[in-house]
Write a protein that binds this ligand. Structure first.
Ligand SMILES: Nc1ncnc2c1ncn2[C@@H]1O[C@H](COP(=O)(O)OP(=O)(O)OP(=O)(O)O)[C@@H](O)[C@H]1O
Ligand SMILES: [Mg+2]
Length: 311
């Protein structure tokens, strides 16, 4: 089973309890009971966490997520409390830390798609649907959909694929009301993100959000399920969680100019990498130019979206 090529060793910091090592983030709990999320420079593709890091990636994702939370604040509450580095933490945590409200996460990857590509395109060509939703004929790779669609998936363990699920399955897992709310919020946040990105020359083709609820909401009695409002968690609208394309070169009918992980996926899938995606062997280390090419795309996405140079 894929997973980590090299198992990361989380830093030990006094006062922080290590909770979890995700593909990209290390999670800790501080003495106030808050969640301390530290974004690493790790990068994953095809269900593998690669053996080579992308310098500055953790700081780019953190800063971009913070910027988006500000843009979205009137639409949905988010989990960010501060970006303060805890006392005693390694100096290189600077810029990579998000101190967050710990949430009960909903076990759904909330995906919104406004454009057709990737696995959606494969399904469309076969069945003229995406995640079971019927679409009009004549769409091509990169076409804008008549309206954005909500295509939820269930979250997989490290090394496993996320699996698309129907709206009924989401309702079964989280309840009918929450399912409807997730869909509405996902599409609302995607719509806002798409419009902001478009104004700045980027097409937000699709993206993934994670939501949770405050574990002990005001008014909810002991033992009751979390009943507070849905809170936007994790990272948002980053090149890890989204497909970004250069708007000036957008032309349906061919692959688009990616400002995200697609560049790395394409290299891994190409003969240049010498890697067999379908075999058991882990992916190879990334050559310098692929590291630089990936980093350039992440910094460029940051610059275009925020209007700020990456330092
Ligand atoms: N506010 C929050 N409260 C609790 N958990 C959160 C919160 N925000 C994000 N998370 C969780 O933190 C983890 C972030 O780590 P990362 O993005 O590296 O994980 P992943 O690879 O996407 O998934 P996994 O953790 O399953 O490997 C995710 O499991 C996410 O669901
Ligand atoms: Mg994640």
């Amino acid at each position: 089973m894929p997973g980590f090529v090299e198992t990361p060793q989380p830093a030990r910091v006094p006062g922080l309890e290590h909770l979890h090592t995700g593909k990209v983030r290390d999670l800790y709990r501080n003495e106030a009971g808050e969640l301390v999320m530290v974004a690493s420079d790790r990068i994953s593709a095809y269900d593998w966490v690669l053996p080579t890091e992308i310098p500055d990636k953790g700081r780019i994702l953190t800063r971009l997520t913070q910027w988006w939370f500000d843009q979205l604040a009137d639409l949905v509450p988010n989990h960010l409390i501060s970006t303060e580095v805890p006392d005693g933490a390694p100096a290189d945590w600077e810029g990579r830390v998000m101190v967050c409200r710990p949430l009960e996460m909903l076990p759904i990857e909330c995906v919104a798609r406004g454009y057709l590509t990737g696995s959606g395109l494969v399904e469309y060509r076969r069945d003229r649907t995406v995640c079971g939703l019927a679409l009009p004929p004549g769409l091509e790779d990169g076409s804008e959909l008549p309206a954005p669609i909500f295509t939820p998936a269930t979250k997989a363990e490290v090394g496993d694929h996320d699996e698309n699920v129907t709206h009924e399955e989401v309702a079964r897992r989280v309840g009918v009301e929450t399912a409807a709310e997730l869909r509405q919020l996902t599409l609302a946040v995607y719509g806002r993100g798409r419009d902001i990105a478009r104004d700045r020359g980027i097409i937000l083709a699709d993206t993934k959000f994670e939501f949770g609820r405050e574990a002990t909401a005001p008014g909810s009695g002991e033992g009751e399920a979390a009943a507070g409002p849905l809170v936007l968690a994790d990272e948002v609208l980053t090149p890890d969680s989204s497909r970004f394309w250069l708007k000036s070169e957008w032309a349906p009918g061919r692959p688009q100019q990616p400002f995200d992980k697609q560049y790395l996926r394409d290299w891994l899938a190409s003969p240049a990498s010498g890697w067999d995606r379908d075999g058991d062997a882990p992916p190879p280390p990334l050559p310098e130019e692929v590291v630089a090419g990936t980093r350039d795309r992440y910094t460029e996405a940051y610059r275009l979206l925020t209007g700020l140079a990456w330092d």
